[in-house]
Design a protein around this ligand. Structure first.
Ligand SMILES: CC(C)(COP(=O)(O)OP(=O)(O)OC[C@H]1O[C@@H](n2cnc3c(N)ncnc32)[C@H](O)[C@@H]1OP(=O)(O)O)[C@@H](O)C(=O)NCCC(=O)NCCS
Length: 107
């Protein structure tokens, strides 16, 4: 195992939402440092988003990451996530973005 990606429902109590009832599908990713820089995370996330678009057509996916996390910010942009808002959480500025099927490049 070199890493994992997750799709969970976003906690309604946290900041950052695009649906009135919250509980959006949220993408997460975490890979071992030795596996960075190979495109594995992008490939895995694109496959998960493709699957999600077929499983729950039209549903958005959200993503939250620290703005200081350059690799994560680059990955979010590459996957086609666009900024919804920024806010402070856990003592750092957070970038909150959303992706909709067909809204942007995923590879
Ligand atoms: C965020 C994280 C998953 C990004 O990993 P990553 O490997 O940089 O992401 P990608 O899969 O998009 O790979 C992109 C890199 O692979 C390179 N690459 C090499 N071969 C490639 C290929 N065949 N196809 C695509 N990209 C390739 C790209 O050039 C790019 O390198 P660069 O960033 O040096 O320009 C990783 O840094 C991580 O796990 N961090 C810790 C956990 C974390 O912070 N998660 C987010 C919390 S919200």
């Amino acid at each position: 195992m070199i890493g994992m990606i997750t799709l969970d429902r976003r906690d309604a109590k946290r900041p950052g939402h695009v649906r009135p009832d919250a509980a959006e599908a949220e993408l997460g990713y975490m890979f071992l440092p030795e596996a960075w820089g190979c495109g594995y995370a992008a490939e895995a996330c694109a496959a998960a988003l493709d699957w999600f678009a077929g499983a729950l057509p039209g549903e958005p996916v959200v993503l939250c990451t620290q703005t200081a996390n350059d690799r994560s910010m680059r990955l979010a942009a590459k996957l086609g996530f666009t900024e919804v808002e920024r806010f402070e959480e856990y003592g750092a500025e957070q970038w909150f973005g959303a992706w909709c099927p067909g809204s942007g490049p995923r590879r």
